[in-house]
Design a protein around this ligand. Sequence first.
Ligand code: ADP
Length: 619
Amino acid sequence: MSWVTFSWAAVIGACATMALPHLFIGLTRRTWENLLFAIAALAVAGVAFGELAIMHARTPEEIGRAMQWTHVPLFFLILGIIGFVGFYFGTGRIWLGIAICVVRIAMLVINFAFPPNVNFREITGLRHFDFLGDTIAVPEGVVSSWTRLAELSALLMITFVIDASLTLWRSGSAEVRRRALVVGGSITLFILVAAGMSALIHARVVQMPYLIGFSFLGVILAMGFELSYDILRAAQTARQLRISEGALRESEVRFRNVANTAPVLIWMSGTDKLCNFFNKGWLDFTGRTMEQELGNGWAEGVYSDDLEHCLKIYGRAFDARQPFTMEYRLRRHDSEYRWILDIGTPRLSDDGEFLGYIGSCIDITERKQAELDHQLQNMELARVGRVALMGELAASLAHEVNNPIGAMVTNANAGQRLIARGNVTTEELKDLLADIVADGHRAREVIEGIRNMVRKRKTTRSLVRVNEIIRDLLRIVKADAVTRKVALTTEIDSKAGSVMADRVQLLQVLLNLTLNAFEAMSVIRPDARQLVITGGRNRDGEIVVSLRDSGPGFPSGIVDQLFEPFFSTKAEGTGMGLAIAHSIIEAHGGTLSGKNCDDGGACFTVCLPEAREDRSKAA
Ligand code: ADP
């Protein structure tokens, strides 16, 4: 076998070998770049085969036909390269690619329509010469002017490839630029070499066989290198993925170990809001299996009254990707509902991607119970306090109704006396009875008024105007103040505003402070007994009611203990009044403080948040 046959056969073999795996990949995975590469490589093999036939042709007809048929693989070679660049680079002007195909199709048509072929109008003979120890033939004759089409197609192709490569180069990373340089550069170079050589051979400037197959072998090698590089990289990525998957699995196992030994109940949810993990602590607590709890299964264990509220908090936080805290009752394995504090936080990946939520829960039943006890205690204190209020009300009531009842008795006595004397006129009797009726109405109004003040039995908060509550207080204590000879004065800001409060409880507090002041002032001279009640706003916009008496004030060192239950300096004192008042004001979100006034006497201040409605009206 000659060197020529050997070399060209080697090109054919190499191209076919490179084409086959890519043909397989292209067909099975439907990847266009592999398929187009295989077409281009097989086409180069075809071109090389055609060149062998040309070189070993014996007659002008044989060489003409060989050249004619070589244009078929050449067409597929160009189609393959254009398509490969288009798909692999993702760039390239489609219209340019179509123009090249149109020119090549036209060439194919001309090639077969006007024999011997598109390159020669007429082949007159063969020229033989020695090449690599073999005698090879080249055609001689009249070169066809259609060869200009071949030059045009080469020019268009170079333009297409350079344009596609430059666009790719500008768009990206070093990796992409290398691809543009290797594939784009080699295609441009070898097209120039192949076209130049063919032109030189046709013009008889050089004496050598067509080396189109050899030239395009370079292109195929460059394309094949890039594709193999991609496959290699994909394999590397897959390996890395396997390694990181392994690491992920390991860290997951570590997390599960930690979660399962943690003394808290842990759950996790995914981006679909559904729970996908519960730790051992949770499962032990509920006595249910993972399968039962997964998804929304956990909700079956939540106390029915708490569920809606629970889902609302979770749903709202989830949509806003915000942390949340909620309390609900969860059924324990022994069917007892326990109070749970659940703290949820969004889970994020290293690059900030939202993965769902993780929550940790603790059993706060004991704390809840203590809170409840405290509440009950406060209610009890309030009840005790109410008894004191009722006592004072009874005294006030007695005083207020004493007057009309006295008048009624007097009028009735007068009537009796007049009837006994027998000189009573019907008119006089009518007047007396009318007076009695009027006094009866007055007594009923007094009773009604005081009853209205304390009618609400349940703790209900409503808008309470400061000046109204002080007015009610005065109505209750007025009689007592007169008896105890206390001068009562009020300084109320007409825009004192309102508070959201339980009217009766607030009244109870103020009453308690007033009675304490009365008692404290009993040790001083009657004409010096003064109680000033002020109502208004402080600088922070809070509603303030203060009571300043002219009594002896607090003995030193007791201010800190004033509000402690059972603290009293009085022989008969219960020590509960201020403790109750303090707890009531605290429950209203306010403060109660006591101190000695600068000019003597005790001073108590109640601070309460201003009711919102009122604030909005003021604004
Ligand atoms: P009690 O009146 O049964 O003693 P309180 O809790 O109402 O219980 O009051 C606790 C103590 O606070 C009183 O014993 C008294 O020493 C002191 N105190 C309350 N108000 C005044 C006041 N206006 N002036 C002086 N001391 C007061």
